[in-house]
Design a protein around this ligand. Structure first.
Ligand code: MTE
Ligand code: HPA
Ligand code: MOS
Length: 806
């Protein structure tokens, strides 16, 4: 076991402690960015003027707004001292002359109250010179409207294998997007201090990048701008790149007026202005042998990037690297391109393209299993990676044996086979409701695909009384990163958890940080916190060794006691050793640094080892589908998930449960709709509130929810043997979609293949059931074709995908 992964005898990591802010969260006393504004006198509120057209040249007349009582100023492009752009790719004018989507902010009004700002914004006159707009991906493909660089992952010779494979299928699938719907909408609060320093509180996952963009817009060097991220009421990727422009508006307002400026989007503004999970359009072709082994897959993925690039290129990169999910596909080609449309700029969302990539192969297996005459669970199991195999992009699948270990353990604990038999009986007895139980695996790569991002810093102070203050580069969004970092520091210094406090994340404490994203917050910042603590501990060990009279290498730190190896020997309280060290002029603070070793990635060739390791898991989900409405209930979910040796089991269980439910929401409930007509509302987001955008709530929770973490799973080379947890379990939710598909199939004849729209809303499921019933009716009234109920003929008749079945 590496030094990074090894745990001391009595670690604080691994303890089941509550979230560090649990009491504050549940009593409503936790402070969020916009709460800070209330304490501030004289705060101005910023309000956007949003485009009412999807694509148009805009000219504004701000004069009427300045007449509105309480309006102080209207911010326009003329006010920008630096660069009028908020995009990391320099393709996002902060004050545009060309509105690129319905809802695009054109100018911002500053006023004494939110109400005055709103009225001011409503009275700004905007003139539109309409331009042609592109709303859907098929429209973009037709028009050749793309952005960024297309990429391809390739292995073997998929084209020739597809030409000769015994069973070949093809299909087209549209994958829906998803709104983050974090509880806290985007928020920034900016002020200028007495020294002219710009200070921005911001709900951001990426404070350093927010700082950079604010500095660019203001025309200042980065050392004049500080960004603080106190905590977020959820980010889910939506605050990785999208907060920058809002922070810049607040900072610009503060700079021009000398007063604090708050900007907090209301829900509809947040929904209509900010990016979402990328919808994808996928065309695929897959070849199988007679035993159901996949021989080749060819797929073209087109994502809907919206009006600017944002993170669309790396999202597509991760999608292409996850089309294989947990399966060995010897001949493979996946091409990816980003469509440019007149919509919000789609962005990071939990899984970062991984879910859309994995959707493709899970959809293939789910659709073709009946045509191959192989049960879907068997088909999936048969194609799982074996140890020694590599991914299509050339990375060895280390610990691939865990996939089968998890699969079989879960099948046992979920009583899979017996329940499937009972479900078959249930379905035989019920015409109008059907049940199904599906199992799906997850393999998810951990590390930023942009190798440079895999670094982190920390700043740890030990005060003279022995109390510890930790700063690190990661942000807290509810995922429990701060809790884990407290546990890491307490473990590394050998002090009780209560002696350690965490300070809010700030760019003047730890600079040049990466986004808290890619699930790697604990891996990266944990490595840095541990490094800082170990530097301090080594210095304290020298002091303690002299006090105790032992060699410094034999000094042990545990639970606030510092002792030699001998259990019966003398020991000193941590605080006494610290006090002694101070008097000996020993440095009691340290800056820590961590970078992930062993990564290499060629973005152009899409080959290499972009990931430090893979997170594994599997889920078995039973649903019941109503034949009259298409609505489903999730009766029972069993999950076995690999988080290495957990740093914090309560936190990790919460992450697995939350991610699963969020994934199920994406796949079964949440549907984004835009107006695609040619009318005046073209391009408008129709689902712009919680009343039209259906989120999972208590009633959609699984009735039985059994989540287990894989035991004895220490990951060598990661902090205290743990693995990242934030995103991977979201993709366990494919088991819900696949169970719904199988339940819909049960309304039809044996061997019926179900095409399921995504999301699998009641409406979509109802359509699938209707198709299944029609296939059954066709079989029943066509005795000539299906004499002797020949299963193969019935399959061919009801299977819409078969391209060639030689
Ligand atoms: N959990 C909560 N409660 N809120 C969030 O916003 N974001 C997810 C995940 N879990 C999120 C969450 C996403 S998208 C990521 S990348 C990780 O947390 C980021 O945090 P980590 O790297 O510390 O796991
Ligand atoms: N995940 C999340 N965010 C990112 C990534 C990634 O792989 N790469 C760049 N930003
Ligand atoms: Mo998460 S989508 O990497 O913020």
């Amino acid at each position: 076991m590496s030094e990074l992964a090894a745990r001391p005898l009595d670690p604080v990591v691994g303890d089941a402690v509550p979230h560090e802010s649990a009491v504050l969260h549940s009593t409503g006393t936790a402070m969020y960015t916009d709460d800070l504004a209330v304490a501030d006198g004289g705060v101005l509120t910023a309000w956007p003027v949003q485009s009412a057209q999807a694509h148009a040249i805009v000219t504004v007349d701000i004069a009427p707004a300045l007449e509105v009582p309480g309006v102080v100023r209207v911010l326009t492009a003329d006010d920008v001292p630096g660069v009028n752009d908020a995009g990391v790719k320099h393709d996002e004018p902060l004050f545009p002359t060309e509105a690129m989507f319905h809802g695009h902010a054109i100018v911002w009004v500053l006023a004494e109250t939110a109400e005055a700002a709103r009225l001011g914004a409503a009275s700004v006159r905007v003139e539109y010179e309409p331009l042609p707009s592109i709303i859907t991906v098929p429209e973009a493909i037709e028009a050749g409207s793309f952005q960024g660089i297309p990429r391809t992952v390739r292995r073997g010779d998929p084209e020739s294998v597809l030409a000769t494979a015994p069973h070949v299928f093809d299909g087209v699938v549209e994958i829906g997007g998803q709104e983050h719907f974090y509880l806290e909408t985007h928020a920034s609060l900016a002020r200028i201090d007495s020294e002219g320093q710009v200070f921005v509180d911001c709900s951001t996952q990426h404070p350093s990048e927010t700082q950079e963009i604010v500095a660019h817009v203001l025309g200042l060097p980065s050392n004049r701008v500080t960004v603080q991220a106190l905590r977020m009421g959820g980010g889910f990727g939506g605050k990785e790149m999208q907060p920058h422009g809002f922070a810049a508006i607040a900072a610009l307002g503060a700079m021009l007026t000398g007063r604090p400026v708050r900007l907090r989007l209301n829900r509809t503004q947040d929904l209509t202005m900010t990016g979402k999970r990328h919808p994808f359009h996928v065309v695929w072709k897959a070849g199988f042998d007679d035993d159901g082994r996949i021989l080749a897959l060819a797929a073209t993925l087109t994502s809907d990037g919206g009006w600017s690039l944002d993170l669309s290129e790396p999202v597509m990169g991760r999608a292409l690297c996850h089309v294989d999910n947990a399966y060995w596909i010897p001949n493979f080609v996946a091409q990816g391109r980003v469509a440019k449309t007149n919509k919000t700029s789609q962005t990071a969302f939990r899984g970062f393209g991984g879910p859309q990539g994995m959707f493709v192969i899970e959809d293939v297996f789910g659709r073709v299993a009946p045509a191959l005459g192989i049960d879907a669970a068997t088909l999936r199991e048969r194609n799982l990676y074996e140890p020694g195999q590599t991914t299509p992009y050339g990375q060895p699948v280390r610990h691939a044996e865990r996939l089968r270990t998890i699969w079989h353990d879960l099948a046992r604990s979920s009583d899979f086979d017996a329940r499937r038999a009972r479900i078959a009986d249930f379905n035989a007895e019920h015409d109008d409701v059907k049940r199904a139980l599906a199992i799906t695996p997850v393999k998810f790569g951990i590390s930023f695909t942009l190798t440079a991002y895999n670094q982190a810093g920390a700043l740890v102070h030990v005060y003279k009384d022995g109390s510890v203050l930790v700063n690190h580069g990661g942000t807290e969004m509810g995922q429990g990163l701060h809790t884990k970092m407290l546990q890491v520091a307490a473990t590394a210094l050998g002090v009780p958890l209560e002696s350690v406090r965490l300070a809010p994340t700030r760019t003047d404490k730890v600079p040049n940080t990466s986004a808290t994203a890619a699930s790697s917050g604990a891996d990266l910042n944990g490595g840095a916190v541990k490094d800082a603590c170990e530097q301090i501990r080594a210095r304290l060990a020298a002091v303690a060794g002299r006090l105790i009279g032992v060699d410094e290498r034999d000094v042990r730190f545990s639970d606030g006691r510092v002792a030699g190896l001998l259990a019966s020997g003398p020991w000193y309280p941590f605080a006494e050793v610290v006090e002694a060290a101070y008097h000996q002029r020993v440095q009691l603070w340290a800056a820590g640094f961590y970078r992930t070793e062993g990564l290499h990635w060629d973005t152009e060739k899409m080959q290499g080892e972009p990931f430090k390791y893979f997170a594994y898991g599997a889920a078995a989900t039973e649903v019941e589908v109503d034949g009259f409405t298409g609505a489903h209930r999730t009766l029972r979910v069993d999950i076995l998930h690999d988080v290495g040796d957990s740093l914090s089991p309560i936190i990790d269980l919460g992450q697995v449960e939350g991610a699963f439910v969020q994934g199920a929401g994406w796949l079964t409930l949440e549907e984004l709709r835009w107006d695609t007509t040619d009318g005046p509302g073209r391009g408008r987001l129709l689902t712009q509130s919680a009343s039209t955008y259906k989120l999972p709530s208590f009633s959609e929770m699984p009735e039985q929810f059994n989540v287990r973490l894989l035991e004895h799973a220490a990951e060598d080379g990661a902090v205290y043997g743990s693995k990242a947890v934030g995103e991977p379990p979201l993709m366990l939710a494919f088991s819900v979609r696949e169970a719904i598909r199988e339940a819909a199939a049960a309304f039809g004849p044996p061997g019926h293949c179900v095409e399921l729209r995504s999301p699998a809303t009641p409406e979509a499921v109802f359509m699938a059931i209707r198709e299944a019933r029609r296939a059954g009716a066709a079989v029943a009234v066509a005795p000539g074709e299906t004499s002797g109920s020949d299963a193969a003929t019935a399959r061919a008749a009801s299977h819409p995908l078969v391209a060639s079945d030689t």
